[in-house]
Design a protein around this ligand. Structure first.
Ligand SMILES: C[S@@+](CC[C@H](N)C(=O)[O-])C[C@H]1O[C@@H](n2cnc3c(N)ncnc32)[C@H](O)[C@@H]1O
Length: 345
């Protein structure tokens, strides 16, 4: 700080450190705006603190306090005294159910992370995230109840649209005749694929408790006749081998290395030679987005009790070990969401 010329660097580092120490408060400003419906209100048009306060049941004075902090975080902006509208980040959150649902879901994650050192010392400790992601660690996957499956599938559904765009922009699935999405949830990724590639035949494989949701959702999107839904356990049931391309979207990362290998070996045993396999998930790497995603997901998976944010190199090594050939990485425009690794059976 005292050396002229280096002062601006020192200041920048101080700001970075402050962002780190106070990050929880910043994310709580965002959470409050989501919970009080501030973005939804402002999406309809500019509004005053009084109007927003009335809609959310707090005083105008406290709403003003919230809006001022949200403005400092570029979520909202004051176009003229007393009239607020969405700023860029607020507009993105307002328009994306997935971000809003993830912000709300963080209540559970942050509760589990109240004493993160406990999770490091006692990884076997029960957490809310372990109950939420009940299939993780392979616990009685075939006996999950429908409510549990519905809860996590709905979170996956709402956070899928941005991810699907990111994957479909990075690779042309129009070159395949058919795609099988393994662990495909309620079919949201397949629905997005179908929208871009009208001739692609669709297959989905997931736990039997999820297949009903998938059939309903695919039918609601007009794909009832275009999609086949298969139920089973991707660790030890035979996987249907009728597709040219098989996708694992946000699947491997959920599982520890041994289980991830079992999934890949089962796919290898089931699929025809020549089938393309795509792994799509957030991967660790040198870019700022990949570094941030790795920190976030490493602690997320710690609370969940299973899974790992791997680099593309680690995933490629695992694919080779499980018998797949020619692994290659395809970058997407948003490494915070996903990087793709392709390989051939
Ligand atoms: C994190 S979600 C990802 C869903 C979807 N691919 C997406 O990205 O939105 C994991 C999916 O894997 C499914 N799954 C978990 N364990 C499974 C198993 N043993 N066999 C088949 N599917 C499983 C879950 O039901 C869930 O739909």
């Amino acid at each position: 700080m005292r050396i002229p010329g280096l002062r601006s660097i020192a200041n920048r580092k101080a700001v970075t450190l402050f962002r780190l120490t106070a990050g929880f408060v910043f994310s709580q400003v965002l959470t409050t705006c989501v919970r009080l419906g501030v973005f939804e209100q402002l999406e309809k048009g500019p509004g005053s603190a009084e109007q927003l306060a009335r809609a959310s049941g707090i005083s105008a004075e406290k709403m003003q306090l919230l809006l001022e902090q949200a403005e400092r975080l570029d979520l909202v902006t004051q176009i003229e005294p007393g009239s607020w509208m969405l700023d860029d980040a607020g507009a993105v959150v307002a328009g994306d159910q997935g971000i809003k649902q993830m912000v709300l879901h963080h209540e559970m994650l942050y509760r589990d992370l109240t004493s993160p050192e406990d999770l490091l010392k006692h990884p076997e400790k029960e957490t809310q995230m372990k109950s939420f992601w009940a299939y993780a660690r392979g616990r009685q996957t075939l006996e999950l109840n429908e409510n549990t499956a519905q809860r996590y599938s709905s979170l996956m559904h709402s956070s899928q649209s941005m991810l699907a765009d990111c994957i479909l922009d990075a690779h042309d699935f129009g070159r395949y005749g058919s795609i099988l999405d393994v662990g495909g949830g309620d079919g949201s990724f397949l629905t997005a694929c179908a929208g871009r590639h009208p001739d692609l035949r669709l297959h989905l494989f997931d736990l039997p408790v999820v297949t009903g949701l998938a059939r309903e959702n695919l039918k609601a999107n007009g794909l009832g006749n275009r999609a086949n839904v298969h139920g089973g356990d991707f660790v030890n049931s035979p996987i249907p081998d009728m597709a040219d391309c098989v996708s694992l979207v946000r699947i491997l990362c959920d599982h520890d290395d041994d289980r991830a290998r079992q999934i890949l070996k089962n796919l290898h045993a089931s699929l025809r030679p020549g089938t393309k396999l795509m792994i799509a998930e957030a991967m660790s790497g040198p870019s700022e987005g990949a570094r941030l995603a790795a920190v976030y997901f490493s602690f997320y998976f710690l609370a969940m009790g299973s899974g790992r944010c791997r680099s593309d190199a680690e995933i490629k090594a695992m694919l080779i070990e499980c018998g797949f050939n020619k692994p290659r990485t395809i970058k997407t425009n948003n490494p915070l969401l996903a990087t793709l690794v392709f390989a051939e059976r």
